[in-house]
Design a protein around this ligand. Structure first.
Ligand code: ADE
Length: 244
């Protein structure tokens, strides 16, 4: 069997892991040895009676900053670190393309910050890439690490077991996904509306269904994510084929 996708997590809260990743699809994949992890407690590398991992920022300002010496020791303790990532709102955005790339790495190290952040010098000396999961600020990097891991784990070979699922879903083609419907075909919602499934989906005409879904994916993307739509349009106009 292949060696598992291995994730080392540097955190002040190792007991948070695997957390939600120990359930459902990712939990099964963990049990099946498709991925593995080690949560390393940053505090184990702090020195002195107080074992302090942070200090006040030079130049003043709010909050505390994680010390470079402690983060360096914690990082160097990892035997096979692979690509090193610091989860931070200052990072480059986590996209489906980056998720795909990271899922193909044999090992990753994820540094989860608390407080105001981590001393810039150790991020540079230890070659940390900064990645953000979105334009909002979390109280720590742990939930961001879990999101990155979840998005990667479902792409690992043997996790989903249905190649079509990944190629049709949101973002893999640069479009949001078309809407989904299931039984009952006619359903009365609590507000008394009779709601039908779009007729085309019960027609059995697979080519028409494909066209309808494509049209739906395009219109929802145009309406909700003009940024994605414009990227796709520009690619189309410059002669590049959309990924499909
Ligand atoms: N830590 C705090 N906020 C974050 C964000 N938006 N992305 C990644 N890590 C974070």
């Amino acid at each position: 069997m292949n060696s598992p996708w291995h994730i080392s997590i540097l955190t002040l809260f190792p007991e948070m892991f695997p957390g939600p990743l120990g359930h459902s699809l990712s939990g099964k994949a963990l049990e099946n040895g498709i991925w593995s992890f080690k949560a390393v407690n940053i505090r184990d590398f702090a020195q002195g009676v107080h074992k302090s991992v942070d200090d006040t920022p030079y130049g003043g300002g709010a909050g505390m900053v994680m010390r470079p010496d402690v983060i360096e020791k914690a990082t160097l303790s990892i035997e096979n670190p692979g690509r090193k990532i610091y989860l931070s709102p200052r990072g480059k955005p986590l996209t489906q393309k980056l998720v795909q790339e990271l899922s193909e790495e044999p090992a990753l190290t994820l540094l989860c910050g608390r407080y105001e952040g981590v001393d810039q010098r150790v991020l540079e000396s230890q070659d940390y890439e900064e990645i953000s999961i979105g334009d909002y600020v979390l109280s720590g990097g742990e939930p961001a690490a879990m999101i990155l891991m979840d998005a990667c784990i479902r792409l690992l070979p043997g996790v989903l077991g249905n190649e079509d699922t990944v190629s049709e879903e949101s973002f893999s083609s640069g479009l949001l996904e078309y809407p989904h419907f299931t039984r009952p075909a006619q359903w009365t919602s609590a507000d008394g509306h009779i709601r039908e499934v779009p007729e085309i989906l019960t027609s059995g005409d697979h080519s028409k269904i494909r066209d309808w879904r494509e049209g739906q994916a395009e219109s929802v993307t145009k309406a909700r994510r003009p940024d994605l739509w414009n990227i796709r349009e520009n690619a189309r106009l410059s002669g590049k084929k959309p990924k499909k």
